[in-house]
Design a protein around this ligand. Structure first.
Ligand code: LLP
Length: 442
């Protein structure tokens, strides 16, 4: 197994993250537990920031796609790193605000933003809203008008690029609930609709072609199509985009079927995209747009691991060996949703040979509650600490209280210490919003 710089095996044969012994972390904080390496998060942010600086004269902004992992501490890191964020709900907006993040650098997404979410965003000075329907444009016009605000927006366009990734996470095919197609005239119609509004300032375009993408060519193609579209709109409607948001989607390593990118490879992705934009700007005589990118998974995914304690072990001879842990689909639903593959190891036996092949199951009352199927592992015993790697993105953010289990706590590791960034839940949290109508109290 290849370890990221963040992961090492120490002299005791224990897995370390960010220089800290994961077995000791598990003893101190309990399991299941999400553990994040702060240096890794900052490093990935800086890879993108530096690339925009170097390859595009700093004419752009990195937005962390906070749907990947949203909590106050992560917006605080984004604030300190002076990047922006992509938010997709009132809840993410509220969390960012609570962390002292200025919404001037926040871009709001969503195919069905609610009136109250738009109102909350506009009242709190959201920098930009990425419009994804005609109705939404009307609502923004109304709210901005009533508050005497001119609201900056982008429109979400759909360049029709097929990115090679799991079908559920492709978002810019022609058949998508997101965006307006550039090929059937609908994007153009939305532009006209917005250009007629008094309280909305159209800054440019957004597109996001999918997630967990490894093919540079997909981003290059999307950039070409968006810039061609921009040139066409300049010719036909006289509108030239000042901003271009190319979304996120850069892939990460989950197991050895995935390429193992180094930071320099992510810089290369972005460089390819920037090159495509520059080429097309030159070809069409367009100004270089202010560039936004929205990586989520590649900033936070490999920075995070989940620690579990091994419980029941069921060896069905000749069929399968199940090793159950104290977590499951309530903290990581990605196998259940996408059959995602993960790398798993025993944190307290990290340098022992993998002589077993096991299926890691959760504790939910559901057969599909699986974390990983047929993964190599040393012989596991009850009480061993299991680490599942690359769980920083779309794990906590998609967790639930299914079966009334607790959503695990999260700690952030830096300079030899680990601090809570999300506290553990307790039974009281589980029933906090429950109510019993009078008639049921008799
Ligand atoms: N921008 C927009 C508009 C997006 O929809 C997304 C992800 C991103 C940026 C960030 O993409 P990233 O860099 O993280 O790939 N729950 C799924 C992933 C859904 C992605 C949704 N949009 C999963 O667990 O794989």
């Amino acid at each position: 197994m290849n370890f990221r710089e963040t992961l090492k095996v120490n002299g005791k044969g224990h897995l370390e993250i960010g220089g800290m012994d994961t077995v000791e972390i598990a003893e101190k904080f309990g399991t299941p537990l999400y553990v994040f390496d702060e240096d890794y998060i900052r490093k990935m942010i800086r890879v993108y920031k530096d690339t925009i600086e170097r390859e595009y004269d700093g004419n752009g902004l990195v937005l962390y796609a906070s749907k990947a992992f949203s909590c106050e501490a992560v917006y605080a890191i984004a604030r300190q790193e002076e990047i922006g964020v992509d938010v997709v709900s009132g809840g993410e907006l509220y969390t960012a605000l609570k962390a002292g993040f200025s919404l001037k650098k926040a871009y709001m997404h969503g195919n069905n933003k609610l009136f109250r979410e738009l109102e909350f965003a506009i009242e709190n000075g959201i920098g930009n809203i990425v419009v994804d329907s005609f109705r939404e444009a009307d609502i923004i016009e109304e709210i901005a008008g009533s508050k005497g605000i001119k609201q900056n927006v982008l429109i979400r366009i759909n360049p029709g690029v097929e990115a090679h990734t799991h079908a559920f996470i492709q978002t810019a095919r022609t058949d998508s609930k997101f965006g307006f197609s550039i090929s059937d005239g609908s994007a153009e119609e939305l532009i006209l609709h917005i250009l007629n509004k008094k309280n909305i300032v159209l800054k440019g375009y957004h597109c996001h072609i999918g997630s967990q993408i490894f093919e540079k060519r997909s981003f290059e193609l999307a950039a070409h199509k968006v810039m061609d579209f921009s040139a066409k709109i300049k010719r036909t409607l006289g509108f030239e985009a000042a901003e271009l948001n190319m979304g996120g989607g850069f892939g990460v390593w989950y197991n050895d079927e995935d390429p193992r990118f180094k930071p320099a490879d992510y810089a290369e992705y972005l460089t390819v995209l920037i090159k495509a934009i520059k080429e097309k700007a030159l070809e069409h005589g367009l100004k270089l747009p202010y560039l936004l990118i929205e990586p989520g998974r590649s900033i936070i995914g490999e920075a995070g691991i989940t620690l579990y304690t091994v419980g029941a072990i069921k060896d069905i001879k000749g069929v399968k060996k199940y090793v159950a842990v104290d977590g499951g689909m309530f903290d990581n639903p990605r196998y259940a949703l996408y059959q995602s593959k993960y790398s798993v190891l025993l944190a307290n036996k990290a340098n022992e040979a993998c002589t077993d092949k096991v299926t890691v199951a959760g504790k939910c009352c559901e057969s599909g509650d699986i974390i990983a199927v047929d993964v190599p592992l040393p012989t596991a015993k009850e009480g061993d600490i299991m680490a599942v790697l690359t769980t920083g993105a779309y794990n906590y953010s998609m967790a639930s209280n299914y079966n009334r289990n607790f959503v695990p706590a999260a700690v952030l590791v830096k300079d030899g210490r680990a601090d809570y960034i999300i506290k553990p839940q307790n039974y009281e949290d589980i029933v906090r919003n429950d109510c019993i109508p009078e008639r049921l109290k008799k």
